[in-house]
Design a protein around this ligand. Structure first.
Ligand code: SF4
Length: 94
């Protein structure tokens, strides 16, 4: 019997097609808003992180389109929309 996959391995089964533009962006002037740090804690794909200066950085590659960061940070902080048709995540459950 094979070992169960850990979370990182499971996420690695998904396929992501690059969109022509980022579907999540920090709104201008909100880069230092404290609400942004909530995304570091809640993003299930771990796409948000704190750099050495305590600033939030994120990458869009691997986004599950769950909307958790949008709810946690608020629409005042994040400009969030789904990728264009045919782009984004394709879930593969292995
Ligand atoms: S939509 Fe979900 S997976 Fe994508 S960045 Fe936000 S919290 Fe992470």
């Amino acid at each position: 019997m094979s070992e169960p996959l850990n979370l990182k391995a499971k996420l690695g089964l998904n396929v992501f097609k690059e969109d022509k533009e980022r579907h999540i962006n920090i709104k201008p002037g909100m880069e230092k808003d404290p609400r942004l740090k909530r995304a570091v804690l809640v993003c299930p794909a771990g796409l948000y992180s704190l750099n050495d200066k305590g600033e939030v950085e994120f990458t869009i590659d691997g986004c599950l389109e769950c909307g958790t960061c949008r709810i946690a940070c608020g629409v005042e902080v994040l400009d969030w929309k789904y990728p264009h048709g045919g782009a984004g995540v394709q879930f593969r459950f292995g």
